[in-house]
Design a protein around this ligand. Sequence first.
Ligand code: ATP
Ligand code: MG
Length: 492
Amino acid sequence: MRGDSATKILVVDDEPLNVELMEIYLSPDYEIISAYGGVEGLEKVATENVDLILLDIMMPDVSGFEVCESLKADPRYQLIPIIMVTALSGKDDKIRSIEAGADDFLSKPVDRLELATRVRSLLRIRQLNDRLVQQRDQAQNYLDVAGVILVVVDKSQNITLINKKGCDILGGSEDEILGKNWFDTFLPEGHVESSKAIFFSLLDGDSNTYEYTETAIRTLGGGERLISWHHVLIWDEEGKNTSILSSGEDVTERRSAEAALKRYAEELEHSNELKDLFIDIIRHDLMNPAGSVKGFTDILLKRGNFEGENLKMLHAIKRANAKLIDMIDSAAAFAKVESVSQVKLNTMDLGVVLRNVVHSLGPQLKEAGIEVSLPQDGVYPASVDSMIEEVFFNLLSNAVKYSPENTRITVEMEDIGSGWKVMVLDQGFGISDEDKALVFDRFKRLDKGGIKGTGLGLAIVKRIVDLHGGKVGLSDNPYEKGSMFWVTLNKA
Ligand code: ATP
Ligand code: MG
């Protein structure tokens, strides 16, 4: 309704003099629309957007009662206040007016003051009503934009409010849902009784136990959804709890994703067990027979009963078997670091670790006439797992394997703030630029030049350093021909 100046009052009367009189009484305060019969009156209602109607009863075409009835039955117009103007002071007309849905009546001849008072009070009521409707609509809007189901269930288990999200999930319109028994309509068989029990405990005030629940619901389409609920009691003016407001979040997808994740974790655990089993098989069931072959071949060679072709064949067996043992060793080591997902960090001095590795490589170094220079007397405390020894063992043994005899390997340390950079420089064959990116891949071996290996060593190095959150890399030796492999590790 607009402001007072533009408030429109429709006067319907077949007697032009009556219309004119009303106009004189009301026109200073309101805009008057006139109609001289029931049909015209209905037309004006449809076109003029009126705020109040003064309606004569006795009209030749359509009676005031009929006009009133048809307006009150139409949701578009039923809130427009109607004052019936009765010619007679007859009781019957007043009763019929009430039955037709009129809001008030006045008797002719109309008293000016009475008219003004009735009109004003009805307009005021209309205004208040408009405001209420507006607030209700706004509240409904809030409920509807909520991303959760909002449902109110009263003491007799019937649904008295449902928002749009609720309608969407339950699979029906508001009309199909309101007034239904919540439990009998929307809970899957087998859950009805337990849910009712919780409902009545909540009504009894036991909100601590059941403030949050999770239940399956059955939609009108027959589907099932899993809903996580929060329940709140609603009290009336007298302080009696009358119903429960529940807000529910559809967690069907989330729960099934969680279940899938759990299954996946279990499978993963199972596959780790398989991997452990595989490592055991490699170690014991393959290594033992390979060990026997080695032992017997050595005995046969020592006895010296073989010569010519036979001796050659025996040496071939020994070489092939040595390669087999080497591969079993690396495969087991790689499978082991692959299955590890966490490192146990201790403080270790990298200088000490390097000295141990060089010591264990003693025989190979001696055979090749290669010397290793380690950084002199520094301490390099790092936060590492004992597996780290494997990293330096691989880098140094590669440097030995892929360098000519009588060369030198140099290990340098650099302080990079939060960590150490360990660099292994050799005077070996070097690695071409296109191969540099490949050597850390599993089973990647470059031109081997008759040097044995499985191509797993650097993959193991990378895996272990990754587990430590460090980096690995390689470049050409910056000072002379050869390679430089480096790793970074966190300081302790
Ligand atoms: P193993 O599993 O026994 O260590 P491998 O030494 O062949 O076998 P990696 O250590 O992964 O395997 O090395 C991969 C390849 O990178 C080697 O085959 C070799 O060609 C090359 N390579 C590694 N280190 C060096 C180095 N210091 N100088 C030159 N080439 C190297
Ligand atoms: Mg190697």
